[in-house]
Design a protein around this ligand. Structure first.
Ligand code: ADP
Length: 398
């Protein structure tokens, strides 16, 4: 079955056409600057790169261009858009309403709208993508796959914050967690790869990219995760600060005379690796700068390493041990050095890596030392494939 996976941002549309039988990506594209000057579509099919610039005033027009590109005689992969059996949409915030992926109907659209206050940066854009696709593909079933859904199995002791219960009951303030599709995919894949039953494993998944989160997965269920009400909490990220004392907000506001929105903007966009190092939000630049003696880049690296170690230690404590540690996403899959630093001194947990086996980038590998009780693995994430599979499962019997 051919499933189109769509990830809509406020001015962008990322898409992949996936064959769920072979798991192959048939086409991959990105439309940028929708509604702004210089709208560009880039598509790649089997190494053939197709690119053009054309004004696209909104997501509906952009979706039509996406279909035109997919069915283009010279650069496309489909002879007809009816070959698309379903569209899987990435939706960031499903609140408490969605514990798994669903077929989109009016009620689902309403519920995604209701969750806009929880995901103000993402849900409106995800909705635009859904409605645009519905308009240009009115007969194709659409499925919503939520970043938060996998973490809905967390118990109250993990998802409640220590504030008056009224804030949970009235405003739904709680930990939701994100990257759920990735944590679910890599944990299942790790169990498969190791030939073990996920229902009998304590797994810690470290999704380390521009945004990073770590999850504790006990017998296939998420029992805790580092991101919270929003994706700001947890370990140090590219431009996000991660966890800090909330009183820092007031302290900065009072001293610098700036608003809470300005402080949050700084915590979201100017902090993290970028803010600490003053060099870049990109791990490769941080590594290069640290290597050449930049002390702020070095300490940025160390804050991240220590943060990951602390989550691994605490999640092992919460689950009564750990059987598998998974590294994934841009940094987790590629940074041999970070994996080595994070896993150093972890033998008290029964976890050690083999430095030679650790010399891999971007492919599935068991990097554990022979005598390590804990399996340490690299599993490239594939959120698009997970979304396509969910869509397939939901629409196959329609
Ligand atoms: P996103 O969260 O935007 O999907 P990715 O998962 O692609 O991001 O991760 C991007 C991060 O991965 C960047 O910080 C980048 O520097 C890092 N990265 C990619 N390749 C390497 C590498 N070889 N070594 C270290 N970091 C890497």
């Amino acid at each position: 079955m051919k499933v189109l996976v769509v990830n809509a941002g406020s001015s962008s549309l990322k898409y992949q056409l996936i064959d769920t039988d072979t798991k192959n990506t048939l086409a991959k594209g990105l439309i940028e600057r929708i509604g702004i000057d210089g709208t560009k579509l880039k598509q790649e099919v089997n190494g053939d790169k197709y690119e053009f610039e054309h004004p696209m005033k909104d997501h509906v027009v952009a979706s039509q261009f996406m279909l035109d590109a997919l069915t283009d005689e010279n650069h496309g992969v489909l002879s007809n858009m009816d070959e698309i059996a379903a569209v899987g949409h990435r939706v960031v915030h499903g609140g408490e309403k969605f514990t798994q992926s669903v077929i989109i109907d009016d009620e689902v659209i309403e519920a995604i709208k209701e969750n806009i206050p929880l995901g103000p940066l993402h849900n409106p854009a995800n909705l635009m993508g859904i409605m645009a696709c519905q308009e240009v593909m009115p007969n194709t079933p659409m499925v919503a796959v939520f970043d938060t859904a996998f973490h809905q199995t967390m118990p109250p002791k993990a998802f409640l914050y220590g504030v008056p219960m009224d804030y949970y009951e009235r405003l739904h303030v709680r930990r939701y967690g994100f990257h759920g599709t990735s944590h679910r995919y890599v944990s299942a894949r790790a169990a498969e790869f190791l030939g073990k039953d996920i229902n009998n494993l304590r797994i810690i998944t470290c999704h380390l990219g521009n945004g990073s989160s770590i999850a504790a997965i006990h017998n296939g269920k998420s029992v805790d995760t580092s991101m919270g009400l929003t994706p700001l909490e947890g370990v140090l990220m590219g431009t996000r600060c991660g966890s800090l004392d909330p009183a820092v907000v007031q302290y900065i506001m009072n001293n610098d005379g700036i608003s809470v929105d300005e402080v949050l903007e700084i915590f979201n966009k100017k902090s993290g690796l970028l803010g600490v190092s003053g060099v870049s939000s990109d791990m490769r630049d941080i590594d290069a700068a640290a290597e050449s003696g930049n002390e702020n880049a070095l300490v940025a690296q160390q804050i991240l390493d220590m943060g990951i170690k602390k989550y691994i230690g605490s999640y092992a404590a919460v689950m009564g041990g750990v059987d598998v540690i998974v590294f994934t996403a841009g940094i987790g899959e590629n940074s041999i050095e970070l994996r080595e630093r994070v896993m150093e001194g972890m033998s008290f947990l029964g976890a050690a890596i083999d430095k030679e086996k650790n010399k891999v980038r971007g492919k599935e590998a068991d990097i554990s030392a022979d005598d390590s009780k804990v399996k340490v693995v690299v599993i490239p994430t594939n959120e698009e494939l997970a979304i396509a599979r969910d869509a397939f499962e939901l629409v196959k019997n329609l």
